[in-house]
Structure formats: C-alpha cells, structure tokens
Design a protein around this ligand. Structure first.
Ligand code: B12
Length: 342
C-alpha cells in the first residue's frame, strides 16, 4: 500500500500544493512575515516530495526529521507557518486523496505536526574536551577565516605524528563538516563559505592519498557511489579511503551516478561489495532502483551496503530499500565490508 500511496502523492504533488495554498488562504497581499503565493507553493511542493519518500518506506521518522530541519533552517518558533502548512496539507490530503491513501498521508503529517516543538539549543558538533576535538575546533575556525592552506598543513602534520586517518576522518573532518552544515542552516555562514570549507576538506583528503594508497595486489573490489541527484559524496569517499587502507581495491564513482549505467559497470568491475551513500531522503527511490540494478540477472550479484544520515535516523531503512546491511560511520562500514567478504 505505501508504495502505491507514495506514487499517488508523487503524481499529485503540484495540485495538492496548489490546494494547500488555497487552504492557507495565502495571496500576495498577505500580511508581513507570511510567504507570498509562489514561494508558499514552492515550499508545500518540497514538503510533499519529502513526504512521498517517507510514505514509500513507511518511515514517519524521516518526515519528522525533515520538518524539524525546516523549522530550524527558518528559525521558526513553536507556532509557526510550518505547523500551519502541515495542518493545511493534512486537510487537503483527507479531502482530495482517495480515502486509504489520504489517511496514510494525513497520519504522517499529523505525527510531524505533533512532534514540532521549539528547536532545542544545540551545543554543536565540536564541543568535546579531548585533543582531537580541540584540533577540530581550530580547523573549523581556520576555515571560517579562509586559511585553508595552513589549516591543511597542520592536519597533515597531525597524521605524520601518528594520528590514524580513521580518527582524523571521524573525529575531526566529519564533525567539522557537520558544524559547517549547522552554521549554514542557522544562517551564520553563506553557501560560498560552505563551498570553501568543503573544497578545503576535499583537498586535504586528496593530499592524504599518499598515506592511504600502498602499491600491491588488491583482489577484493569495493565499488562506492551515490545515485540520483545526490551530491554529498565526502562520507562515501571516507568509506572508500578506509577500505583502501584495509587492503581493499576500493573504487569511487563519486556522486550523481546514473542508475542506468550501473549494470554495465558491475559486470565490468565485478565488485564483491557495492556501497551506496545517500544524504537526502529525496533520493531514496533512486537508491532502491540502484540496488535492483546491481542485482539484475547476469550481473555478478555483489553484497550491498547503504549508509548516510537517513540510515542512521531510521535503523530499519536499509532493509526496506533492499540492501544487505548498513553502518553508521566509515569505520563500521569497513568492518561490515570485511564481514561480507571473509
Ligand atoms: C558539504 C555539504 C554540501 C555540498 C556537498 C559537496 C560534496 N561533494 O559532498 C553541496 C554544496 C553540494 C551541498 C548541497 C546541498 N545540501 Co548539503 N551539506 C553539506 C554538509 C555541510 C556536509 C556533508 C558532509 O560532508 N558531511 C560529513 C560526512 C563525512 O558525513 P556523512 O555523509 O554522514 O558520512 C558518514 C556516515 O554517514 C557514513 N556513510 C556515508 N556514506 C556511507 C555509505 C555506506 C555504504 C555506509 C555503510 C556508510 C556511509 O560514513 C561517513 C563517515 O563516517 C552537510 C551537513 C551535514 N550534517 O552533513 C549539509 C547537508 C547534508 N545539506 C543539506 C542540504 C539541505 C543541501 C541542499 C538541498 C541545499 C540546497 N538547497 O541546495 C543541497 C542538495 C544537493 C544535492 N542534490 O545533493 C542539509 C540536509 C538536510 C536534510 N535533513 O535533508 C545538510 C544536513 C545541512 C543542514 N544542516 O541543513 N551540501
């Protein structure tokens, strides 16, 4: 039922968004602080697309997390346009969709409405007391000061003095990137600054290649990528780098790989494990399609693992998309790859 309900929702996103705008009584002369007609319709469209993906995998947690994200991004207080929007969409779903679909959709919208509270104050990702947390804070500050050259040199020195690359990735770079995202979400930095920080981290990871790749025979191929329009590929590269460090022949295809090309690449590379990374719930459908393509008749049928933020949020999501397993971080991902190939 849920896949069918999600399909109905996807097909009717535009007319339901328009009905939602009508339900809210929004027009361009709306009083200050309210969205005008077009932006409101755009927002409702975005909510409905996310909702469709959550409905498809029967995961209220995914939609609740999305609603919480919207609330923080817009710094909305408790009684906010978002709760009004969710209420309007609930009315529209019950009124305009076939009863079975409408009920399913409406109950997920209601669960999200009920869970909306004033956004809690967060201490951020860099508040630890240990040495690596201090290094992470300094690195973050350096990047916000646009000083990536010296910042990266300092981190390279940390590795040369014996810090494991896995620790650098999970305890410095990952929290720094999450903090960058939090700052962007709160409007404390803009997109250009976020791009600069990402480029600095990617540059550092490139420089670390010399410490990661050691020549020699590597037999077990691991293929890592993201599909659809998924551009968040830093976590996936971490998985591939740490797999390389543990002796795998890990090959990274990067982000936004077309699903249609997967079967031929699998046939050619014959990976033992395929690792798919996803950050945005909007790409769930493509991840499911990719898993199907990887297992298509004639292909070499590798084991499949999926990971990225939504899979940590909903611990059963990997099963529902049809993967063989998941892991919360890059070290656990490589442990799982070892388990699947031993
Ligand atoms: C950098 C970044 C970008 C860059 C990505 C560049 C790149 N080449 O990766 C760019 C600018 C492209 C981008 C764009 C967008 N972004 Co962005 N982005 C980020 C940011 C700041 C960092 C991502 C990152 O590198 N994290 C660090 C890595 C190491 O963490 P990770 O991916 O979770 O990986 C770890 C684990 O999950 C696991 N893992 C990962 N993959 C796999 C795979 C397997 C198989 C396994 C087992 C494990 C595993 O291991 C990894 C290492 O331990 C995040 C903030 C955040 N909290 O992550 C926002 C963030 C993800 N982005 C966000 C948004 C909204 C967007 C945009 C929609 C913004 C917009 N309006 O344009 C677009 C969408 C683009 C798209 N179509 O993909 C939101 C998502 C909110 C949500 N809940 O949906 C976030 C959370 C920011 C925020 N706080 O609001 N973004």
């Amino acid at each position: 039922m849920s896949l069918a309900a999600a399909q109905v929702l996807r097909e009717r996103v535009h007319d339901l968004a328009a009905a939602g705008v009508g339900q809210l009584g929004v027009d361009d002369a709306s009083p200050g602080g309210r969205l005008g007609h077009a932006p409101c319709r755009e927002e409702l469209t975005m909510h409905l697309r996310q909702l469709a993906e959550a409905v498809a995998v029967e995961s209220p947690a995914l939609f609740i997390d999305y609603a919480t994200w919207v609330q923080i991004r817009h710094s909305q207080p408790d009684v906010s346009p978002l709760s009004e929007q969710l209420r309007a969409l609930t009315e529209v779903a019950r009124r305009d969709l076939p009863a079975t679909v409408g009920n399913e959709v409406a109950s997920m919208l209601e669960a999200a409405s009920e869970s909306l509270t004033a956004p809690a104050h967060s201490a951020g990702y860099l508040s630890g007391d240990d040495e690596l947390s201090r290094i992470a804070r300094r690195y973050f500050d350096d990047l916000l000061a646009f000083d990536h050259g010296a910042a990266n040199q300092r981190l390279l020195a940390v590795v040369e003095h014996g810090t494991e690359i896995a620790d650098l990735y999970l305890r410095v770079l990952q929290p720094v990137m999450c903090e960058v995202g939090r700052f962007w979400q709160l409007g404390k930095i803009n997109v250009a600054q976020e791009h600069y920080c990402t480029a600095a981290v990617q540059g550092l990871m490139g420089q670390l290649n010399a410490h990661i790749f050691k020549p020699g025979v590597r037999r077990r191929v691991v293929l890592a990528f993201c599909v659809g329009d998924e551009r968040h590929d830093v976590g996936m590269r971490m998985v591939a780098d740490l797999a390389t460090l543990r002796g795998f022949d890990a090959r990274c295809l990067g982000g936004t790989v077309p699903v249609a090309e997967l079967a031929s690449i699998i046939t050619r590379m014959k990976p033992e494990v395929v690792a798919i990374s996803m950050t945005l719930v909007a790409h769930l459908g493509e991840v499911r399609d990719a898993l199907r393509a990887v297992r298509a008749p004639g292909a070499s049928k590798p084991r499949t693992i999926v990971g990225g933020y939504p899979f940590s949020l909903d611990p059963e999501l990997w099963r529902r998309v049809g993967a063989d397993g998941t892991a919360q971080d890059a070290v656990a991902a490589v442990d799982l790859i070892e388990e699947f190939t031993s």
